[in-house]
Design a protein around this ligand. Structure first.
Ligand SMILES: NC(=O)c1ccc[n+]([C@@H]2O[C@H](COP(=O)([O-])OP(=O)(O)OC[C@H]3O[C@@H](n4cnc5c(N)ncnc54)[C@H](OP(=O)(O)O)[C@@H]3O)[C@@H](O)[C@H]2O)c1
Length: 289
């Protein structure tokens, strides 16, 4: 079971690891008195392999995070909960390093690796290690993230609750069956990149019609954010919101038909299908122990 006020080790602390640490640390400075602090870690450890990456962590977190360079086993030994944030390709070598198995005994391991299944992870860690899989996305950096979490049925409520708490400090959280992880990776993991292409294209249209670039970005980003928030806050179908701004014979329907001519729906939907397909292959290059 996840201990109260655990020590959290981020194993492979790059872009996502730093985003997650930033979110949790920010939530700690904004959480109000009387809020449940059960899961708030009492200490953070960040493990990397290169000094340059260590320097980035020092710059971001100063002394609020203990930095270990090339000392993964020590980091995991000293921790109660391990958040695996390396690239999928190096995960196996990290997890089967000498001494790692003992360090991981009875601990909770939360993996954010795209495409690496719980079944694969189980082959690289002791049977007493409890595994949870999570798929966050980069807006976790500003605590507007989306994280999908999955685990086997025998994972204790306290361990699920810790994972849910940790990622809910960074945005929304949803538990999903692991069979949906590749789809979630293609949609919400890669989604911010797709949204940025749409955002940039909309802004280009504004620039084409004479808006300064910075204004075009602001209008485009706020239009996307506003529409997204309306869907989330009202629970309305997106088409209902679209229809409310579509005056007969007006400018919006003219633009919408042009989008349909460009097969925008299938292009975007197929992009997510492709991203999900590639996500499903990411863990397959790992060899078995
Ligand atoms: N980026 C996304 O939007 C996103 C979304 C969801 C999930 N993910 C998943 O998040 C994971 C990390 O992605 P990222 O973009 O954060 O990658 P990243 O920036 O490259 O971070 C990976 C980190 O792992 C460290 N590392 C590499 N080898 C190591 C070793 N042997 N021992 C200890 N640390 C080691 C690297 O440090 P050194 O440089 O010192 O080696 C680096 O800090 C990936 O598995 C990805 O599938 C990413």
């Amino acid at each position: 079971m996840a201990p109260k006020s655990p020590i959290l080790c981020v194993l492979g602390c790059g872009t996502m690891g730093r985003a997650i640490l930033s979110g949790i640390l920010a939530s700690m400075t904004t959480s109000g008195q009387g809020e449940d602090q059960t899961y708030t870690p009492k200490k953070f450890i960040a493990c990397v392999s290169r000094e340059e990456s260590g320097a980035r962590i020092k710059k971001s977190f100063n002394d609020s995070v203990t930095l270990l360079v090339g000392e993964n086993v020590k980091g995991v030994n000293d921790a109660d909960i391990v958040l695996l944030c390396s690239k999928p390709q190096v995960a196996q070598s990290i997890l089967i390093e000498d001494g790692m198995a003992q360090a991981l005994e009875n601990k909770l391991l939360i993996s954010i690796l795209a495409g690496v299944t719980i079944n694969q992870l189980e082959q690289w860690v002791p049977s007493t290690t409890k595994i949870i899989r999570a798929m966050p996305n980069t807006p976790c950096m500003i605590r507007e993230g989306m994280t999908v979490i999955g685990c086997r049925n025998d994972i204790k409520t306290e361990d699920r609750d810790f994972a849910s708490w940790a990622f809910s400090t960074l945005g929304r959280v949803r538990f999903l069956d692991e069979k949906h992880f590749d789809a979630a990776t293609g949609l919400s993991g890669s989604g911010p990149a797709f949204a940025c292409v749409i955002l940039e294209s909309m802004a280009d249209g504004g620039v084409m019609m004479g808006l300064p670039r910075d204004v075009a970005f602001e209008l485009s980003a706020q239009a996307l954010q506003g529409a997204a928030r309306m869907v989330l806050q009202t629970g309305k179908h997106p088409s209902e919101i679209k229809d409310t701004v579509t005056t007969p014979a007006g400018c919006t329907i003219a633009g919408l038909l042009t989008m349909e001519d460009g097969k925008i729906r299938s292009t975007i939907a197929r992009s997510i299908q492709e991203a999900a397909n590639v996500a499903s292959t990411l863990g397959k290059i790992q060899s078995k122990k």
